[in-house]
Design a protein around this ligand. Structure first.
Ligand code: PLP
Length: 454
C-alpha cells in the first residue's frame, strides 16, 4: 500500500470511528460505502483518489450553478474580507438586506417579508410557528385554528414540527409521542393511486378528499402545507396539472393559510424559478432552502405576506413578537453567496436556457423507462424519480432487505456518477449548469447501473 492509499484508509477508518453519519444505519455502513470527496468543479466531484463523478443529485439537491462557480466563490471571499459573522438579533448587515430585497423581487406576488434561517427544516418550522401565532393573535386570525393539514408521504424536514407536518410513516412510528397530530390528505401518487383510479381520466378523488377534509376541519386549521408541483423526498411524485392551483383555491375558499414548501423544488429545479409559477399560485408563506445559496452555505428563508407580518406588530409589552431566531440566522457569508447565486441566475439567463436541457433529459430517460424493473419514470424539469419494482405487471416492491436502490447507486459510483436513492426510487437531480453531453452521460450511466442489478 503506497502512502496515498494508507492515508485514505486511515481517513475512512477515522471517519467511521468518529462520525455518526446522518440518516445512516451505521451498523451496515462499511468502509466500501465511504467515499471521500476532496474537491469539486462544475458538475463534477472528485474523490481523494482523483476519480471524477457527475454530481447527479446536486449535493443533496442544493447545487445550482456547479461547484467552484467563480462569481459565488468571489462573493464569499470578498465578504470574508469584511466579516464572517454578525448577528441579526438587534443588528443588521448589508448582505442580509440586499439578499432579502433581491429575493422579494422574484418570489410569487404578495410575499413581502423575509425571515432567515439555516436549513429547510427550520424554514418549515418557522412557517408553522408563524401561521400558528398569526392565528392566535392577529386581527384576521382565529385562535381556534391550531392544527395543520398536509399530504401523505410528504417530507418537510426532520425537526419535530416539520416531521409532524410531514407524512413519512416510518418517522411518525418512531417519534410518535413527540409529534403533534395533523390532518392528512392522500398525496396524488398516480402510479399507485390510493383511490385505485388511473390518471388521466380519473375524477381527481384526491382533490375531492382534500376538499372534504378542508371543509370538515377548516375551523381548526391554521394552515395547509404542501410541496408545490413535486413531492420530492416522497419519491419525486409529480402532481397532475391543475392540482396545485385547485389546492390554492380551496385554501382561500375555506380560510386556511397556504404554506408552499419550495425547499426542494425552488430555484429552477422544475424549469421555473419557483414551482408555484407553473400554476400562477401565490402562497401565504413560502419556505426556501437548499438552492438559495447556490448549494454553498447553510441558508434558508421563510417569506410571508404583509398581512401575516402585520399580525405580529404591537407594543413590546403585548408580547406579539415572533419568538424565533438562531445564532447564525442570516449569516453574512451565506447571504453573500445567495446574492451571487441570484445574480448568476439573472446574468446567465439560467432559467431561460434550461428548456433544452430538460428536453434532453426527457430523451435520455426514454430507454430507462423500458428496463425490466423500472415501474415508472417521473420527471418534472431537472427532477427525476425512477421507481424500481420487483414486477412491472403487479408493481410489487422489492423486499426492503434487498436494498435495490442502494445497489444501483453503488454501481453508478463505479461508473463515475454520484446519486442517492429514496428507498427504491432512484433520484436524478443534476445542477442546472449541466451540459447536454453531461446529461447524456448521466442517463447512460443510470441505465447501465440499473441494468447491472435489477
Ligand atoms: N422541505 C423539503 C420539501 C425538503 O425536500 C427538505 C429536505 O430534503 C426539507 C424541507 C428539509 O431541508 P433540510 O434538509 O435543509 O433541513
Amino acid at each position: 500500500m503506497n502512502g496515498q492509499e494508507e492515508k485514505k484508509r486511515q481517513l475512512v477508518a477515522d471517519g467511521l470511528k468518529s462520525i455518526w453519519f446522518p440518516f445512516t444505519q451505521m451498523q451496515e455502513f462499511t468502509p466500501d460505502d465511504v467515499l471521500i470527496i476532496a474537491e469539486g468543479k462544475g458538475v463534477f466531484l472528485r474523490d481523494v483518489d482523483g476519480r471524477d463523478y457527475i454530481d447527479g443529485v446536486s449535493s443533496l439537491w442544493t447545487n445550482v450553478h456547479g461547484h467552484r462557480k467563480e462569481q459565488i466563490d468571489r462573493a464569499i471571499r470578498e465578504q470574508l474580507n469584511r466579516v464572517a459573522h454578525s448577528t441579526l438579533l438587534g443588528l443588521a448587515h448589508e448582505p442580509a438586506i440586499v439578499c432579502a430585497r433581491k429575493l422579494l423581487e422574484i418570489v410569487p406576488k404578495g410575499l413581502t417579508r423575509v425571515f432567515y434561517s439555516e436549513s429547510g427544516s427550520t424554514a418549515v418550522e418557522i412557517a408553522l410557528k408563524m401561521a400558528f401565532q398569526y392565528q392566535q393573535q392577529a386581527a384576521g386570525g382565529d385562535p381556534r385554528k391550531i392544527r395543520f393539514m398536509s399530504l401523505t408521504n410528504a417530507y418537510h424536514g426532520d425537526t419535530l414540527g416539520s416531521v409532524s407536518a410531514g407524512g413519512i410513516d416510518l418517522f411518525h412510528a418512531t417519534y410518535r409521542e413527540l409529534l403533534f397530530p395533523t390532518v392528512k390528505a392522500a398525496a396524488p401518487y398516480c402510479y399507485r393511486c390510493p383511490f385505485g383510479a388511473s390518471y388521466p381520466g380519473c375524477r381527481f378523488d384526491c382533490l375531492s378528499q382534500l376538499e372534504n377534509l378542508l371543509a370538515a376541519h377548516a375551523h381548526e386549521l391554521a394552515a395547509l402545507i404542501i410541496e408545490p408541483l413535486v413531492q420530492g423526498a416522497a419519491g419525486i411524485l409529480v402532481q397532475p396539472p391543475g392540482y396545485l392551483k385547485r389546492v390554492r383555491e380551496l385554501c382561500t375558499r375555506y380560510g386556511v393559510l397556504m404554506i408552499a414548501d419550495e425547499v426542494a423544488v425552488g430555484f429552477g429545479k422544475t424549469g421555473r424559478m419557483f414551482a408555484c409559477e407553473h400554476e400562477d399560485v401565490a402562497p401565504d408563506i413560502l419556505a426556501l432552502g437548499k438552492g438559495l445559496s447556490g448549494g454553498y452555505l447553510p441558508l434558508a428563508a421563510t417569506v410571508a405576506t404583509e398581512e401575516i407580518y402585520k399580525g405580529f406588530l404591537a407594543r413590546f409589552d403585548e408580547f406579539k413578537t415572533f419568538f424565533h431566531g438562531h445564532t447564525y440566522t442570516g449569516n453574512p457569508l451565506a447571504c453573500a453567496a445567495a446574492i451571487a447565486n441570484l445574480d448568476v441566475f439573472a446574468e446567465e439567463r439560467v432559467i431561460e436556457g434550461s428548456g433544452e436541457k430538460i428536453e434532453r433529459l426527457t430523451q435520455g430517460l426514454t430507454p430507462i423507462a423500458s428496463l425490466n424493473h423500472v415501474g415508472e419514470v417521473r420527471q418534472r424539469g431537472f427532477m427525476v424519480g425512477i421507481e424500481l419494482v420487483a414486477d412491472r405487471e403487479t408493481k410489487a416492491l422489492y423486499p426492503p432487505a434487498e436494498r435495490i436502490g442502494h445497489k444501483v447507486i453503488l454501481e453508478a459510483r463505479k461508473r463515475g456518477l454520484i446519486i442517492r436513492p429514496l428507498g427504491d426510487v432512484i433520484v436524478l437531480m443534476p445542477p442546472l449548469c449541466i451540459t447536454t453531453e453531461e446529461i447524456d452521460r448521466l442517463c447512460e450511466i443510470t441505465y447501465e447501473s440499473i441494468r447491472a442489478v435489477a
